[in-house]
Design a protein around this ligand. Sequence first.
Ligand code: CP
Length: 330
Amino acid sequence: MNKEIEKKLEQIRKKRDLSITDLCSIDDLSKKDIELIFDLAQEFKKIGNKKLDLLKNKTIFNTFFENSTRTRSSFELAGKTLGANTINITADTTSVKKGETIVDTAQTVDSLNADAIVVRTSYAGIPAQLKKHVNACIVNAGEGCQEHPSQGLLDGFTITEHFDSLKNKTVLVIGDLLHSRVFGSLGRIVLKLGGNLRICAPETLIHKDTKKVFKGIKIFSDINKALKGVDVVYTLRVQTERGAQGYVPNLKEFSKAFGINAERFAMANKNAILMHPGPVIRNIEVSSDLVAHKNSKILTQVNNGLAVRKAILWLLIDRRDGKIKKITRI
Ligand code: CP
């Protein structure tokens, strides 16, 4: 039975390979890469948590130097259900706590025959640096305020699944854009797949280079104007752990001006969907009653994340298999 599923997955794959062996940014991916990931994710979603042997005898280290519920558990479950050995490492339990650098930690686990190292860190640029020094595939699971590409892929997949395509769909991202690695990847994938990108936030929570990085983006300060004609309402948490509360008068004021409630959500297109990467802070960026709204995709995003991460791990590890990367040890 499982062999049949694996055969079907191979058929969907049609001998296609990713153009990359590390996933650090959405910019690393071609449109064909994204199409391949989405095609496989669709199939992985259908089979749920059924165990397969696609990554049998492969080893994945989940190295999370920051807290995570969704990303860490879905990468772990994805690896395990594909048959890999998965090892979880957190900041509190590693020698990073004793002063070892993240690069040295990565080189160390690489020497334990790692096939992939999934990394979450509060420092932007770490995944791109690690890929120069380790043989294993590097998978960025969220870096500082920069990017979170597996989240961008699961978001792109969720929008595509609902509307059939992202092309010409209008995605409005609201809230703490300045500290959001989710926006870093979501904005890139929306534009790459032909969508229209809008943002709405206090000026203090928008990066000064936004227009340069996200060509064609429309910036709004009035939520009522921003919501008109929108297909996707994507809300972001105010990231107090990164000091975001210093950029708004207070969370209540932020919520009054930019929080999404039923009345505001109704201003978007009739069939608009509501998205949020989680964790949700109810009644700040989104009202509690909207979380379980019929058009809310918040838990669908989590479910899709598992399928997308299976596709990412299988494709990256398989592409790298047997090939020696050009790296330098330091
Ligand atoms: N969306 C997201 O990255 O959630 P976690 O921090 O729980 O992984």
